[in-house]
Design a protein around this ligand. Structure first.
Ligand code: B12
Ligand code: SF4
Length: 494
């Protein structure tokens, strides 16, 4: 069967890096294993329009991914495809997973796949393939025929049959053994069109960078995090399975750096001790790698981090979130400031570069609590401090709090992204003016300290990449109004 997997266009106005979509890379891999011919259409890097691509490739089924700011473009993309042919269209990803009915109600969407998608996608493909075998003119309308009950057996999907009845099936069970999954199908992507997620080497954009996922899910439920889209049970691959993929990335694909994309890779430290030994034993530890999303600070002893460093780890991030003890408690991070201090000390002690993730504008914040966050960031002094202004995403607890007790300043899903240095909601004494001012102050005070400036300009990668760094810094401190223009360009680009 011919299947097309789509990442709808969504370019942030800030200078983000592009990287192949790992979720689609997994879907492409399982589809290929099923025997499908896969066309991966990443609108961020494709030159042709999606309709031209559909005319040319003639897919039998289409899968589209969507996070919240992407979902409207996903719908537009589906409409464009339906204008060519009534191909079955499945939408999945973080946004439809938390608000499935919204997409299922739309005529251009046939099926919403909630949560982890590989098994659901395969089951839908099986049904479409059988339908096409029985009748080569099988369409999405046939798939949703209420009498035929083609997809009644598939868990984890939400859809509307042709008689307008909505069906919301129970969740699909999580994949029991992640080692069974094939490796992400990077060959389906135009790899030369991507940069990298977070440069680990001084070569920056020149380096061949790949991502890897060694575990899925997270047992925690921080109030601001969209973790609820994935099964709560943390599941991990074995060290041997990770090693095999790591070898493939380095030896077959020429990876010069690797980004580990797990949400919480170190829930079981023994597994990473074992992986480190294997990376060292197989002489893969010369390839730098980083924990892009951070690891749990409460499971980051010096011995553990030293072992990871010996295995090639160059940089790790920690989610610090807030410098105020009460706010930290309120977000259910289940961590305290001393533990965070120790984790940074341990990481720096073994020579790792560090990143701290901080949030400005959590529910209940005041100017004083934000001030504590800025001071704590300066005290921890990571190599990179990332301050984000809170955007309450649907499906999170902060979203419910912001809706109930605050005032959302955005209506449109496309605005649920960090744009123009603007706050996304207000609550109590936390006005947009305060959030925006403290956020700008955080960057200014953290990065413009004389000691910090000296340290930055003496780094080699600063000089390799100085134009981008200045552009980013300028846009952070002096955000400009560019949303309308950008949105129009994206809409016109379907
Ligand atoms: C890496 C990453 C990025 C990278 C993107 C790289 C890329 N091209 O994918 C960067 C840094 C650019 C990024 C940016 C943003 N991100 Co981000 N990101 C992630 C992260 C950490 C990992 C994504 C990943 O690879 N997951 C692993 C794969 C296997 O899972 P997956 O992609 O979700 O796909 C699975 C299922 O969702 C499902 N599925 C997905 N699509 C489809 C389609 C079909 C047809 C089917 C059947 C199934 C299906 O099946 C897949 C396999 O199981 C996630 C957190 C997370 N745990 O997922 C956040 C996450 C996706 N990001 C998030 C957000 C908010 C953003 C930003 C909006 C932040 C911002 N700057 O304002 C931007 C949006 C940028 C954009 N262009 O869209 C949120 C999304 C919440 C939401 N409601 O949308 C997440 C969930 C973080 C969180 N925990 O809150 N992000
Ligand atoms: S922020 Fe990190 S620790 Fe908290 S729920 Fe999300 S992934 Fe888990």
């Amino acid at each position: 069967m011919r299947v097309m997997l789509i990442n709808p266009k969504f370019r942030l106005p800030i200078d983000t890096r592009t990287t192949p979509h790992l979720g689609l890379a997994y879907l492409a891999a399982v589809s290929e294993r099923r025997g499908d011919e896969v066309f991966l259409f990443d609108a961020d890097v494709e030159a042709e329009s999606v309709t031209d691509a559909v005319h040319r490739f003639q897919p039998d089924a289409v899968g589209i991914t969507a996070n919240t700011p992407q979902v409207k473009q996903a719908w537009r993309t589906a409409q464009a495809i339906k204008s060519v042919k009534d191909i079955p269209i499945v939408i999945g990803g973080p946004h439809p997973s938390v608000l499935p009915l919204e997409s299922a109600e739309r005529s251009e969407i046939d099926i919403v796949a909630r949560g982890e998608g590989e098994e659901i996608w395969l089951k839908v493909c099986d049904v479409v393939e059988k339908g096409l075998a029985a009748d080569p003119s099988f369409t999405a309308r046939d798939l949703l025929d209420p009498q035929a009950r083609h997809i009644d057996h598939i868990l984890g999907i939400t859809f509307k049959t042709n008689d307008d009845e909505l069906h919301n099936h129970p969740d699909h069970p999580p994949i029991a053994d992640l080692d069974e999954l094939p490796w992400p199908a990077y060959h389906a992507f135009k790899m030369e069109s991507y940069t990298n997620l977070q440069p680990a080497t001084d070569a920056i954009d020149g380096a061949k960078s790949f991502s890897i996922l060694t575990s899925r899910g997270c047992p925690y439920r921080c109030t601001f995090c969209s973790q609820s889209i994935m099964p709560q049970k943390w599941r991990a691959r074995t060290a041997e399975s990770i090693l095999a993929e790591w070898q493939h990335l380095v030896e077959d694909l020429g990876a010069q750096e690797i980004g580990v994309l797990d949400d919480s890779a170190n829930i079981k430290v023994d597994r990473l001790f074992e992986l480190s030994d294997l990376l060292i034993e197989h002489k893969l530890n010369h390839i730098p790698w980083i924990f892009v999303n951070g690891i749990r600070a409460n499971l980051a002893s010096q011995e553990f981090l030293a072992k990871l460093k010996a295995a090639g780890l160059k940089r790790t991030a920690f989610g610090v979130e807030s410098g105020d003890p009460d706010i930290l408690l309120s977000i259910d991070k289940k961590i305290d400031h001393d533990t965070i201090r120790r984790a940074f000390k341990n990481a720096k002690g073994v020579g790792l570069e560090t990143i701290g993730f901080f949030i400005i504008g959590l529910p209940g914040e005041t100017e004083e609590t934000m001030e504590r966050t800025i001071k704590f960031a300066i005290e921890l002094d990571p190599m990179i401090a990332n301050f984000s202004m809170l955007t309450p995403y649907p499906g999170t607890i902060v979203y419910e709090i912001a809706k109930r007790q605050g005032r959302m300043l955005v209506e449109d899903w496309e605005d649920y992204v960090f744009f123009e240095g603007k706050a996304r909601y207000e609550m109590g004494e936390m006005t947009a003016e305060v959030i925006e001012r403290k956020w700008r102050e955080a960057y200014r005070r953290f990065y413009l300290r004389p000691s910090r400036v000296v340290r930055i300009v003496t780094r080699k990668d600063f000089w390799i990449n100085w134009r981008r760094t200045f552009r980013m810094a300028f846009r952070t401190l002096f955000p400009r109004e560019e949303k309308t223009e950008l949105k129009q360009a994206i809409e016109a680009n379907v």
